[in-house]
Ligand binder design. Structure first.
Ligand code: 5GP
Length: 194
């Protein structure tokens, strides 16, 4: 998605060979116009798949998922990372090791919002090692629902998440695929010459 690649190139900051900071448009300040376009693109790619719910993870997954769910005409559910006083039982829970925080957290979704009749589109902001995606997949499976696909805003293709999801047969749609962040420079997979 050209608009997204332009934002990454012009407004992203390479923090290391492995980490890209995009808090100017996604992770802290949100470019609502760009995120609406991102959501529309996900909706377009999955419009024939009979999606009944969009599932993401708080907090950075919410902005890019919102318009996807709106355009698909389905509810958006976000998995909670923190324990809530009002969210105590009746939960689907999975464990996710956070790439950026380097700690393991429980993520949870109320059993009320996912049923075995659901066809779920999972959306997240980044794909690195696949931990967040597999945690969300685990939650969908616990509900007995179907994972219809995974939408990723920024995939770091040089890390193992994408390959692991491909190997398990999941359909992954990534709107920007990063080949490398080496030497402080972003290169995209579709711009590399093989
Ligand atoms: P994974 O679970 O695939 O290892 O990592 C994905 C999660 O870690 C995303 O939900 C995202 O919040 C965070 N993450 C991974 N890599 C990056 C990165 O390069 N930049 C930012 N801002 N977040 C990342």
């Amino acid at each position: 998605m050209e608009q997204l690649k332009k934002a990454i190139r012009e407004r992203g900051k390479v923090l290391s060979d492995e980490v890209l900071k995009v808090d100017t448009f996604l992770n802290h300040q949100v470019d609502t116009h760009l995120m609406a376009e991102v959501g529309k693109e996900f909706a377009l790619r999955f419009k024939e798949d009979g999606i009944t719910k969009v599932l993401t993870i708080e907090s950075s997954g919410i902005a890019p998922s919102f318009m996807a769910a709106t355009d698909l005409g389905v509810p958006l559910i976000f998995a909670r990372k923190k324990k809530s006083l009002t969210l105590t039982d009746n939960l689907l829970v999975s464990q996710v090791y956070s790439f950026t925080k380097q700690q393991t957290n429980d993520i949870s979704v109320s059993k009320d919002f996912l049923t075995e009749d659901d066809r779920v589109l999972i959306i997240d902001d980044f794909l690195a090692n696949g931990q967040a995606a597999f945690g969300l997949i685990d939650i969908v499976k616990q509900a007995g629902a179907h994972v219809s696909g995974i939408g990723i805003v920024i995939e770091k293709s040089f890390q193992p998440g994408r390959v692991k999801l491909d190997e398990q047969g999941y359909r992954v749609e990534s709107l920007a695929r990063l080949h490398s962040l080496e030497d402080g420079k972003v290169t995209f997979l579709d711009e590399t010459v093989s």
